[in-house]
Design a protein. Structure first.
Length: 66
């Protein structure tokens, strides 16, 4: 936690998080530690991003897309 709060306020913070309960709980805890900070904070929702990137129903089989 000390490393988290020692980030200088002029440095943006990027948090990678998915949609599972553990990561969402960690995100809320982290945000509570950063609530007084003036940093720009960005979230990357990896679960949503995965769905957007792999919209098609193609699957990867033995080195080729099927």
């Amino acid at each position: 936690m000390s490393r988290l709060v020692s980030i200088p306020e002029n440095i943006p913070i990027i948090i990678w998080v998915s949609e599972n309960a553990n990561e969402q709980t960690g995100l809320l805890f982290t945000m509570s530690l950063l609530r007084e900070r003036k940093n720009n904070i960005f979230f990357i929702n990896t679960g949503q991003l995965y769905k957007e990137i792999f919209k098609s129903k193609s699957i990867w089989r033995q080195g080729i897309w099927a």
